[in-house]
Unconditional design. Structure first.
Length: 193
């Protein structure tokens, strides 16, 4: 159940990769991060809004990062890591969790924008600490454990026209990725903005 009032101090923490791939796989669309931020904050006081992105050193990504900044997000960047054998990884799970824990004393509500089940222990910690936590993500791709642990769940699937922007050309840039973890060739497509 939602406990929202205008006096609440809100922190919004966006796992950009998670929302992007959910929108791409399910709707062949991009995320409207302006609307995501508006929905996350509502009539309350925004203290911090942080968007966590992975840099792939593509020229197009700077336009996307600038758009996030203009929307009101502080953009935190991490380089894509390449390991022996060509395996690549780029996620912010620990960084997001640490920022939330550090900022908790300044916030009345933590809004996590991700459906990643790896955040379940974080939500358990917030719950045990008495911190109000909301989760905002695409319900069809959100961990059931996250939905269970959050104080208020906002399902972006309920209003896709509000939270999505169709891909340019309608084709979405090719085939759908076959696995949950994207390869480096698919990462630049996040910057189709």
């Amino acid at each position: 159940m939602s406990i929202r009032n205008p006096e609440q101090r809100v922190g919004v923490f966006v796992d950009v990769q998670n929302l992007y791939y959910s929108a791409r796989h399910m709707y062949n669309s991009r995320v409207n991060f302006n609307e995501v931020l508006k929905e996350a904050v509502g009539p309350r006081r925004l203290i911090r809004a942080i968007a966590y992105v992975v840099q792939a050193d593509m020229p197009e990504e700077n336009t996307f990062f600038e758009a996030l900044g203009k929307a009101g997000f502080e953009v935190k960047k991490k380089d894509l890591q390449t390991f022996a054998g060509g395996h690549q990884k780029g996620d912010w799970d620990v960084g997001i969790a640490m920022d939330i824990v550090k900022l908790m004393p300044k916030l009345d509500v933590v809004v996590l924008c991700s459906g990643d089940g790896d955040f379940a222990p974080l939500l358990e910690y917030l719950q045990m600490s008495g911190q109000l936590a909301e989760t905002l993500s695409f319900g069809k791709s959100t961990s059931s454990k996250l939905k269970e642990l959050t104080d208020h769940f906002v399902d972006l699937d309920n209003d896709p026209k509000k939270f999505l922007i169709p891909m340019r050309g309608g084709s979405g840039g090719g085939k759908r990725p076959s696995s949950k973890t994207p390869s480096v060739k698919k990462i630049p497509s996040i910057f189709d903005y």
